[in-house]
Design a protein. Structure first.
Lengths: 179, 232
């Protein structure tokens, strides 16, 4: 038996292999039927303060459909939401800390710019860390609350495929919300 | 059906940097979390899953050809919202080490044995009373590979989807009367004694034959003043 060094492989996370189902990171179809709207790809790396990539980190997203409607009874217009768009997905990072989603570009709605809610789960995270991905600098109450400088860290880079990197701590730390 | 949620009460939450837990100062944000006024986007969330993730059933002890090795237990876990009302139809996921304290995961290279009849994962929905019933074996304690002899007490990880995105909770459940509870760095990162107690299940007795399992009851409160603390 060899001792495990204190480092990346220690103390989990031990999300079961079955926790992230195959295809759970593809929101563009539901039960084989295509969602309406523009299919986009988003990927990025998740790193900690020393720049080390985090392997087997679980990342979830929640978003509106192409017209900005949410598949949830709290949305007064949920009956009009795209029946082929669930709005939720889950991915795990690989050894390089990289995750990948395929989804639909969300629509704007009621003063909110197009955006995607993002949550990360990992060993050692003592809070539920939630952030928000935007596609462009645009008027939005959440983006303006963050301020211009740090708000830039919430803007995905590129134009489909998009890149959205997450740094949990340190220089250019991703802004997270007290949700 | 507009949903209103109060901000999280910091007293219900653990410290973010923990002495002797070397990953915490590398991963928890240094900047304060930003408090925002929730909009429809955060006050909705996945209310159904459309097969994107599949149910795994709630019988962890009976997944293999033979019963899993260990002390058979029945868990009755109730999911409550910020008002103490049961959350029906909530997706509850759990994962745990086996009876010897080993995870069925390639990243766990502890020397404790694997159990071929146990992979330690379940995924179930709460019933109308917010309840899930699970059958499993009590997880073993295991050593954390730090230099100073930290052992995790027996615990079960839970991930719960509440009514909305803001209700999402990841936590752990502990067992009553375990000597290691008093020394665990993650459980004791919660400063408030009452909040720590909400992480510990209650032993309520045995089931009748033929199960002969010990029954533990537990409540997971997703938000509010009596929220169950986050545990990674």
């Amino acid at each position: 038996m060899s001792l495990v060094p204190t480092g990346e492989a220690t103390l989990g996370p031990f999300f079961p292999p079955r926790y992230v189902d195959a295809g759970a990171n593809d929101l563009t179809t539901l039960a084989g039927r295509a969602a309406k709207g523009e299919a986009i790809e988003i990927s990025g790396r998740v790193v900690q303060e020393d720049g080390a990539p985090l392997d087997n980190l679980v990342i979830e997203i929640w978003q509106a459909d192409a017209r900005g409607l949410y598949r949830h009874p709290a949305d007064p217009r949920h009956a009009e939401a795209d029946p082929n768009f669930l709005g939720w997905g889950r991915a795990a990072t690989d050894k390089d800390g990289r995750y990948r989603f395929r989804t639909i570009r969300p629509g704007a709605r009621e003063g909110r710019a197009p955006h995607i809610n993002v949550m990360v789960m990992y060993s050692g995270l003592m809070r539920i860390l939630k952030t928000t991905l935007f596609f462009a600098v645009s008027p939005d109450p959440v983006l303006s609350l963050v301020g211009k400088e740090r708000g830039n860290l919430l803007i995905a880079k590129g134009k489909n495929p998009y890149e959205f990197n997450i740094r949990l701590r340190g220089e250019n730390e991703t802004p997270f919300f007290d949700d | 059906m507009a949903i209103v949620l109060e901000p999280r009460d910091e007293r219900t939450q653990p410290a973010r940097i923990i002495a002797g837990y070397p990953q915490t100062p590398l991963r928890n944000p240094a900047q304060p979390l930003i408090r925002r006024a929730p909009t429809l986007s955060e006050l909705t969330g996945p209310a159904e899953f459309g097969g994107r993730i599949g149910l795994l059933g709630g019988d962890l002890a009976g997944q293999g050809a033979r019963q899993a090795i260990g002390q058979l237990i029945q868990l009755k876990v109730r999911v409550l919202d910020e008002d103490g009302a049961p959350v029906a139809g909530a997706m509850v996921e759990l994962w745990q080490a086996n009876g010897a304290g080993r995870y069925a995961h390639p990243n766990d290279d502890d020397h404790a044995p694997l159990d071929p009849n146990f992979d330690g994962a379940a995924r179930v929905l709460t019933d109308a009373a917010g309840l899930v019933e699970l059958r499993t074996v009590k997880p073993g304690a295991y050593p954390v590979p730090t230099k100073d002899g930290w052992w995790r007490p027996p615990h079960i990880h839970f991930s719960v989807f509440g009514r909305v995105w803001l209700s999402r909770l990841v936590t752990q459940m502990y067992f009553p009367g375990e000597p290691l509870n008093a020394f665990d760095r993650i459980l004791n990162a919660v400063p408030d004694a009452g909040a720590r107690e909400r992480l510990v299940a209650r032993l309520t007795g045995p089931t009748p034959d033929p199960y002969n399992a010990l029954v533990y009851e537990h409540e997971i409160v997703l938000r509010g003043r009596n929220a169950t603390p986050v545990q990674p």
